[in-house]
Design a binder for this molecule. Structure first.
Ligand SMILES: Nc1ncnc2c1ncn2[C@@H]1O[C@H](COP(=O)(O)OP(=O)(O)OP(=O)(O)O)[C@@H](O)[C@H]1O
Ligand SMILES: O=P(O)(O)OC[C@H]1O[C@H](OP(=O)(O)OP(=O)(O)O)[C@H](O)[C@@H]1O
Ligand SMILES: O=C(O)c1cccnc1
Ligand SMILES: [Mg+2]
Length: 537
């Protein structure tokens, strides 16, 4: 077990929930067989350094949001093979394994491990190490699979969330509705957590709300509407006038508004679904403030919209504030525009300006391209509810993060220019050798392409940041860990500092990760040393 750290943030993360499935044997068998072979050949105390990085940004994009670090740290914190793990391993590993290996496994810990990492929520790029893990070879090897598992999907889905945010714009409310479509319960929880980190505003997943403090949001389903067949179901429904104990029969007020609305909206009251109206009245009676109705069960224009307006005006008469509607089928551009124009018409006719600004939520198999297309066509959607494409990352289902021995050490700086309107744009990431003098602000420094000799540029940083920090040392967390909401703000700010052309949806400009002249020379020599020389005959 680890020593109990003194840093208060250490005990703080212990109190945060962790998925119980994360444990040292959540790994590939070959990590354990390699650990045995290392142990047997006397390498148990050899030191090794592994870097975790990915080779290509996902979704044909040019950025990735790094996520999963807090879980990696909790994994280090609790890293311990239990007696039951050992008993299981004794059963499944070949019988020739020496018993002392199991004694060794049972006492290993992360006390001699060091973890350097980029802050969670930072926008990161290919081949830049997100984590660097130093420690006894078998121990850091054993961490490969769990660390990759904790970072790959977290970063992928956070990036996906951020891409939906970029597509929708900063003002739209983005809700994650993916629980029913996610890759199992754990995929769903991770999706809710990291979509929030990536800039979503809330989730429908109640357990994720409880575990991670994410705002929980929701509307109602078609099943709720279809379970009501006629107005008889609700004829006795009463509602208190807001702020009073005065019960009022709600249906007659609705009937009155329905009549008035037929002239304004031009619908026929014998064409609206009475079952739908009953469902809306019933939901409104349960939640009179913030009433939001799904209006596409039967016919948005002929039934759902008039029924919603009817109930919304009746609620308003009793002092409540309705919120709006959700569309879950059909042409979301056309329907949202139509609904908005009708809301405005009601607002003007009845001198109720708030009616024109009611919220329009859209859902139904929405992906990033749908949002770009809706933006082009024009729409009046205020909020998107997104499930399948977001959480399954249908456009690219995995991030190809790897865990490798890089064979050299480096330090990494991020340089910014002095764009005053954006508080500085990120210009370039520069890797230097550890013993190099740190770059000096407002002084030219040569940044080279890691391999192509002719590609180089001078950069004069107005602001800079060292990206790798020591997070874990001597069995303790040595940095404070931000809350999920702080990580979300960090991710949004980190993306904001990226130039627009790196973020565009189609053919974005690659962001540059470069090396110093000294590191370039070192890498070049290393490469030449290792590249075999051919022989001509
Ligand atoms: N204006 C639009 N531009 C581009 N895509 C749209 C637009 N409106 C809706 N979509 C998308 O088009 C697809 C329409 O889905 P589909 O063809 O299944 O029709 P539907 O009306 O949703 O039917 P169903 O009731 O069976 O779900 C959805 O993925 C939706 O997100
Ligand atoms: O479409 P997604 O992005 O996955 O978002 C979640 C979907 O889940 C719900 O309905 P569901 O798809 O379960 O049923 P329905 O489409 O038949 O109403 C909801 O109405 C959304 O359409
Ligand atoms: O609350 C909603 O509207 C919701 C939740 C999950 C899936 N679809 C919709
Ligand atoms: Mg659906």
């Amino acid at each position: 077990m680890q020593s109990s750290g003194t840093d208060s943030s250490f005990s703080r993360i212990l109190s945060r929930e962790q998925n119980g499935v994360i444990q040292p044997i959540l790994t590939d068998l070959y990590q354990i067989t390699m650990a045995y072979a290392y142990w047997k050949s006397g390498k148990k105390d050899d030191r090794a350094v592994f870097d975790l990085y990915f080779r290509k940004n996902p979704f044909k994009g040019e950025f990735t949001v790094f996520a999963g670090l807090e879980e990696c740290i909790k994994f280090l914190l609790k890293f311990c093979f239990t007696e039951s793990d050992i008993n299981y391993l004794r059963k499944v590993l070949p019988s020739n394994i020496e018993s002392e290996f199991f004694d060794y496994l049972q006492q290993i810990s992360t006390n001699d491990v060091r973890l350097y990492a980029i802050d969670e929520g930072t926008v990161v790029f290919p081949k830049v190490p997100l984590l660097t893990v130093e420690g006894p070879l078998p121990i850091v090897q054993l961490m490969e699979t769990p660390l990759l598992n904790l970072v790959n999907y977290a970063s992928l889905v956070a990036t996906n969330g951020m891409r939906f945010r970029l597509a929708a714009g900063p003002e739209k409310i983005l809700l994650e509705f993916g629980l029913r479509r996610a890759q199992g319960p754990d995929g769903a929880l991770s999706a809710s957590r990291y979509c929030y980190l990536g800039g979503f505003d809330g989730t429908s997943n109640v357990l994720a709300g409880k575990l991670y403090g994410i705002p929980v949001r929701g509307t109602h389903a078609h099943a709720f509407v279809t379970s009501y067949t006629d107005l008889l179901n609700i004829s006795e429904e009463t509602l208190m006038r807001k702020g009073t104990e005065e019960p009022v029969k709600f249906l007659p007020i609705c009937k009155k508004w329905q009549k008035q609305l037929t002239g304004i909206l031009g619908f026929l009251d014998d064409q609206v679904s009475n079952g739908e109206l009953a469902a809306f009245i019933s939901y409104a009676s349960a939640f009179p403030d913030g009433f939001l109705a799904l209006i596409d069960t039967y016919d948005v224009i002929k039934s759902g919209l008039p029924n919603f307006c009817t109930v919304a005006l009746a609620l308003h008469e009793l002092g409540y504030e309705p919120r709006g509607i959700r569309l879950d089928s059909g042409d979301l551009s056309y329907l949202s525009n139509h609904v908005r124009s009708r809301f405005k018409k009601v607002a003007e006719s009845l001198k109720l300006p708030w009616f024109g600004k009611l919220t329009i939520v859209a859902s139904n198999d929405i992906n990033e391209d749908t949002i770009h297309s809706l933006n082009q066509q024009g729409h009046e959607i205020d909020s998107f509810g997104i499930g399948t494409h977001l959480v399954t990352c249908q456009k690219q289902p995995a991030l190809g993060g790897v865990y490798k021995v890089m064979g050299y050490k480096y330090k990494l700086h991020l340089f910014y220019n002095n764009n005053e309107t954006t508080d500085g744009d990120a210009l370039v990431d520069l890797m230097l050798q550890p013993d190099e003098q740190p770059p000096i602000l407002n002084t030219r420094i040569l940044c080279r392409h890691p391999f192509q000799e002719s590609k180089r540029a001078y950069v004069c940083p107005a602001k800079m940041e060292q990206l790798h920090k020591l997070y874990w040392d001597n069995g303790e967390l040595v940095q404070s860990l931000p809350t999920l909401t702080e990580l979300r703000c960090k991710a949004i700010a980190s993306l904001k500092s990226m130039r627009q052309d790196h973020k565009r949806a189609l053919n974005p400009t690659p962001y540059k990760v470069s090396v110093s002249a000294k590191l370039y020379g070192f890498l070049h020599d290393l490469w030449l040393e290792n590249a075999p020389i051919g022989e001509l005959s």
